[in-house]
Unconditional design. Structure first.
Length: 113
């Protein structure tokens, strides 16, 4: 069972702006603060496999990929406007003013071309 990892102080997160963090040796996440709610998602878009989700913008309950403007739900990771894969979401918790994120435990492949 994976434990939560301390990511940052909540005060360091700007409202409606994505922030990029390294969760573990392979996983990079994008964190968004929206009206006192925190969302942590995989920084890699499941559509184009580009690590730019942190540069996406918020549209209601969706994060919009900055590359091809595909929208992913921040509640369940499902795409709104295409039939591709889901954006991975990560469990979060806040303690003593700090954000903690739980790694998914899924195995990822890191290709170095």
């Amino acid at each position: 069972m994976k434990h939560f990892i301390k990511i940052c102080a909540i005060a360091d997160l700007e409202e409606f702006k994505g922030h990029k963090f390294q969760l573990d040796s392979i996983t990079e996440i994008a964190v968004f603060k929206i009206k006192d709610k925190i969302y942590a998602v995989d920084n890699v878009c499941p559509h184009n496999h580009t690590p730019k989700m942190y540069n996406g913008f918020i549209k209601k309950d969706f994060v919009v990929c900055p590359i091809h403007l595909y929208e992913f739900s921040l509640k369940d990771g499902k795409p709104k406007n295409f039939l591709g894969g889901n954006l991975e979401l990560f469990e979060t918790k806040i303690e003593d003013g700090f954000l903690f994120v739980k790694p998914s435990g899924k195995t990822k492949f890191n290709f170095d071309f």
